[in-house]
Write a protein that binds this ligand. Sequence first.
Ligand code: COA
Length: 385
Amino acid sequence: MREVAVIGIGQTKVDEHWDKSLRELAGFAVLDAVKDAGLNQVDALYVGNMMSVSANHQAQLGAYIADWVGLRYAESFKLESACSSGAAAFRTALLAVASGAIDTAVAVGVEKMTDSPGAEITAELATAADTDWEITQGVSFVALNALIMRRYMYEYGWTKNDFAPFSINAHANGVHNPHARFRKAITEKQYLDAGMVADPINLMDASPIGDGAAALVMVPLEKIGHSSANPLIKIIGSAAATDSIAVHDRKDPLWLKAAELSSKKAYSQAGLSPQDIDLFELHDAFSIMAALSLEASGFIERGKGPRLGLEGEIRPGGKIPIATRGGLKARGHPVGATGMYQLVEVVEQLRHQAQGSQVENARIGMAQNIGGSGSNIITHILQRV
Ligand code: COA
């Protein structure tokens, strides 16, 4: 396999983009990434998206977007794995380039959620759970995560207040990200006073829905000349793993086995351990998911996730900075695009372009994208060369 580098990034702001179509959102991110890479053309386009058929009545995203960005006739198709569709597209592009089948590829994640009423989007998000055993019980995604958070608090003795640093850190970092949906810092009081969505998850524990697209261009390392305008960023780990789709089918519903498996594989490919990671763009769709990802990826022992937040270790100057550009909580969570935003943000950090929330001397960054309630997890590690 060839070594692969990321040479271009592009993203739209996460927002309510009522004036842009799905193809325009994706297209602008792709064109920005290709321009940033200093290229005019790429050989293939891979699209990550979850709900274009139900929310936008549009299938065939490969041809739909490729044509709009001037890539008619190129290889292009869509990858879907719920909220980890973005990282699935990135991994597919990576494998295509690494194998030698494709020379230059762009991966884009796109989602347009705010054209539909909230109740419809909630029902569409729930399709990432088990229809027969979870959805038919009327459970939503927030409710599933609330059950997990309640159980976690019971088992390990944490209170609701202990989760506040996850949200406070994400919102503080989002202030500095021009592409973030929410750019306002919050206090602990605002966290505690926020309206309840599904007890114990309140508005400040939940990521917001939104529209957005993010894209990355990759090429084989051997084909990059010395003239590259941006610092070179190499992909040194990429792995994916699945778990049961239904939470109740897991031996331990408080352990993200797929995060453990995919991060261990990625560490092993990179020859690294968690201590070597300078920043971690994790999947904080809900505060409880941030705690569980930190544990399963080896940054702290089981049941102790909130301690990293309470001790200030998740901030840009801490032991393991997370959600450094706002995370899902403040940057926003346009589901199929999220994995690509995480990777774009890792590249911004490794290029030292993350003004206001830059992790000093960042060299190695990790991104972890979770589909469903932990049923499909993809982990990538990138390094500044
Ligand atoms: N965090 C902070 N503020 C939020 C927010 C969030 N998650 N979601 C909405 N808001 C704000 C809006 O900006 C708006 O503010 P304004 O009145 O100042 O304009 C206000 O709250 C109401 O917004 P609205 O869109 O009516 O919220 P809602 O009640 O319809 O939706 C949630 C709130 C939490 C239910 C919705 O964001 C949600 O379902 N999130 C989870 C999505 C999900 O499950 N994703 C998949 C995870 S794997």
